[in-house]
Design a protein around this ligand. Sequence first.
Ligand code: BG6
Length: 506
Amino acid sequence: MSPAILDNPLREGLEQTRASDPCVMVIFGASGDLTSRKLVPALYELAEANLLPANFAVVGVSRTKLSDEEFRTRVTPDGVESHTNWHNLVKGFSYLAGGYDQPETYQELKTRLEELDESLGTGGNRLFYLAVPPEAFSVISDQLGAAGLSEPGKPNAWVRLIVEKPFGHDLDSARKLNRELQRVFEEGQIYRIDHYLGKETVQNILTLRFANGIFEPLWNRRYIDNVQITAAESLGVGERAGYYNQSGALRDMLQNHLMQILALVAMECPISNDADDIRDEKGKVCRALRHYTPLEVDDNAVRGQYGPGFIEGQKVPGFFEEPKIPADSRTETYAAARIFVDNWRWHDVPFFLRTGKRLARKMTEVALTFKKVPHRIFDNGSGELEPNVLLLRIDPDEGISLRFGTKMPGLTTQIRWVNMDFQYGTSFARPSPLAYERLIHDCLVGDPTLFTRADSIEACWAAFDPILARWSDPASGAVPSYEAGSSGPREAETWMEDQGRYWRKL
Ligand code: BG6
C-alpha cells in the first residue's frame, strides 16, 4: 500500500465501514480505451487501499478476440507490473470474446459466472459495467435479461448495472433508454455514472453548505448576484472527433457534468445524507429549470467553434482541421448558457454555465458572486467597490477562497481586495481518490448517492432540448469561431458585458 493511501482517512473510513461483498465485475467494452485508462487503474487503487473484497474477479467482454493473457497485458497500468497487489488482482481477470447481440455470448458468460461463484465464492453478486458505445446499452441489457442474468440467482445476492455516458442525446432518447433499461432492471439496480460526481471537490460542495452554519443564510437570491460554473479545457477533440461531432459541448459537458454541479449548488438541504434524500433535492432543482422558447435561446445561450491558435506555445489545429470533422459541421466546441432555477431561493439569479475545448487552460470552478454593498460609505478613489466572491476550485489547485475588501495600511482609507484561501493540497497533503475509484467502490457497496437518477436526467434534458433544437436550426445563424488558446468567442464576452457582468478570467 502506498504511503499516500495509508495516510488517507477517507479510505481508512471506507475500509472500516463499507466493505463490499464478494462479487464478479463484468466489463462490457473491455478492450476499449475507458477500461484501460480509467476502470482498471481505479480497481488497482481500490486493491492498493484494501477496499476490494477478497473474493473478487473481473470478466472482460468485447468483440475483439483476445486471450486472457492478452487482456491482462492490455489493461496493465504503467509501472505496476511488479507490484504484489497487481498480481493478486489481475489473476482474477479473464476475458470472453463475443458479439453484444449474440445470445451465445451471454450463455457463455453465465457459465463463466457460475464457475467463478463455485471456485471463488463470489456468491452470485454481479456488477455489470457498460463501457460501450450508447447504441449497445439496451442491446446488452436486453440480452442480460433474456439470459436470466439481470436478477440475482441466489438468495441475498445482488445484481447492479453501471451505465456510462452519454445517457441519451436528447429528452426522447433518454426516456427511451430509461424505459429500455427499466424493463429489465429495477431503477435501484441502475447506476448512471457521471464522473464529475466522483470528484472530491464536487462532493465537498454539500459539506461546505451543510456542515457549516455561516454560508447557508447567505446562499440565496437575497445575497447572491450570480453563479458562474466553468469547465474549460485546453485539449481539442483529438481522436474522439467522430463522437464529438455528433455530440458537441452542450451534450458532452454542460447538460450533464455542469448541471450536476449546479444541482449541488442550488439544492435545498436534504432531510438526511441518504442517497434518495439527496437525489430528491437534486431532482427538484432539475425540475425547476426554466425552459426557453426558440427565440429566448438566442438571448440565453452562446456557442462557438475553435479555430487554429497556440496553447502553451504550441501551434494547434482548428476544429475543421481535425480528422473526421466535415467542412459544414455546426457542432459547437464551446457552449455557454444562462440558466434560471425558478423557485423561491433562486428566482431570477442567473447561473452562467460555460465549457469549451481548446481554451486558454484547463480549469473547473464554481464562483458565487455576492451582491455589492447597498450603500457606499468609502470613497475608494476611482476604484469600484468589488463584490465578494466565494470560489470553489474543482480543478486544478483544488480549494476554496473568499474574496473580500480590506483597508490598505496607511493614513487614508484605500480599499484593496484580498483572498482568504484554503487549498486541499497544503491542508491535507494527501491525494484525493480517483473519481472512478470512488464511484466503482460506491456501486460495489450499493450506495447510489453519487449516481444520477432517471428523473433528474430527464428533467435536465427537458430544459436543454430547446437549446439543442434551436442550435440545430440553420435559422439560428452561423456558429461563431474563437482562436484556440483564447477564452472563447468574442460573442460570449459581449453577451456578458451587455448584461453588465463579465466572465471570470481563464
Ligand atoms: C468527459 C467528456 O465526460 O469529460 C470529455 O466526454 C472531457 O470531452 C472530460 O474532456 C473532462 O473530464 P475532466 O475530469 O478531465 O474534467
